[in-house]
Design a protein. Structure first.
Length: 299
């Protein structure tokens, strides 16, 4: 059974599930204190309990916990088949997903620290301490992005996050914190859909300060679709003008006996070339016939 797997793989995998979930968790999400409970709590506050994700090649509506446990189940099945190489991919994806509630919690407390009016100093200190704790959990990950791709912005983002979220900070710029984290989503292998935005389930509205962001590739696709629709609309408009307005204008001019702008088409050129008149002029009757023939060729 363990041809290319650690003989303790099944036990270690089960321990990972137990440490993620805990023994206090209940079916109604009460009593838990470990990451599973936090992820369920934050998904309601950020409207990500049914976020869009791609799993097994299909787009599905899953919460972070739903996807993590799907990966846990696939890992268990893989170990049972003595094929442990795919476990690395499952593990990496689980780790990335586990950062989502930590980021959501950091944003949650950054928002509280800037916008909530605290009842007393104890409440303010509690929010400051919890915000600093969650920020400290993602600071190494953002710093790793600097080590990973050499982008100095990640280093600057780490500094912004630390200065705004440290426990001794007297002010917090929520927008700066939000943007500093969002700039590193790609490196962290998460998306705007994973994080969502601060959401009120009662009013079913997002906070005016924390609407969900849009991933760059989705924004580019949206811009391309808008541009394409605009171009097609313009082409349709010009086609209608060309096919309908101009012939109608020529009919009106002909009816009133006014001069019609010349149309340099093949028929007119051939008529000029085949003319036997020495003075290259036409009678009024000839001009009317030519105008009618040209008008018919356009229509």
């Amino acid at each position: 059974m363990y041809d290319n797997c650690n003989p303790q793989s099944i036990q270690l995998w089960d321990e990972a599930v137990a440490l993620y979930t805990g023994s206090l968790e209940t079916t109604n999400n009460n009593g838990g204190i470990l990451p599973y409970h936090l992820a369920n709590k934050r998904c309601e506050q950020f409207n990500t309990c049914e976020r869009s994700t791609v799993l097994e090649g299909r787009e599905r509506k899953l919460s972070i916990n739903d996807e993590i446990f799907q990966l846990f189940h696939e890992g268990q099945t893989t170990i049972g088949k003595s094929a442990c190489d795919p476990l690395i991919e499952y593990k990496e994806r689980i780790v990335h997903l586990m950062t989502v509630p930590l980021i959501q919690s950091t944003l949650y407390y950054a928002h509280i620290r800037q916008y909530r009016k605290f009842k007393d100093e104890n409440e303010r200190q509690k929010a400051s301490a919890e915000g600093a704790l969650y920020a400290a959990s993602i600071l190494p990950l953002i710093h790793f992005c600097y080590e990973f791709d050499g982008d100095t912005r990640s280093q600057e983002d780490s500094h912004i996050l630390y200065q705004n979220m440290k426990a001794t900070s007297t002010t917090t710029d929520f927008k700066a914190v939000k943007m500093a984290i969002e700039r590193n989503y790609y490196c962290l292998r998460i998306s705007c859909d994973d994080i969502g935005g601060l959401y009120d389930p009662l009013t079913k509205e997002y906070s005016t300060h924390d609407w969900p962001c849009v991933d760059p590739f989705k924004k580019d696709i949206g811009d391309m679709e808008t541009t394409l629709v605009t171009i097609l609309g313009l082409i349709s408009f010009l086609t209608v003008v060309t096919c309908c307005f101009l012939p109608c204008r020529r009919r009106r001019l002909l009816k009133r006996g006014e001069d019609i702008p010349p149309v340099e088409d093949d028929n007119q050129i051939m008529l000029h070339a085949e003319s036997d008149d020495d003075d290259d002029s036409y009678s009024d009757d000839d001009m009317e016939v030519l105008a009618i023939d040209n008008n018919r060729s356009i229509l």
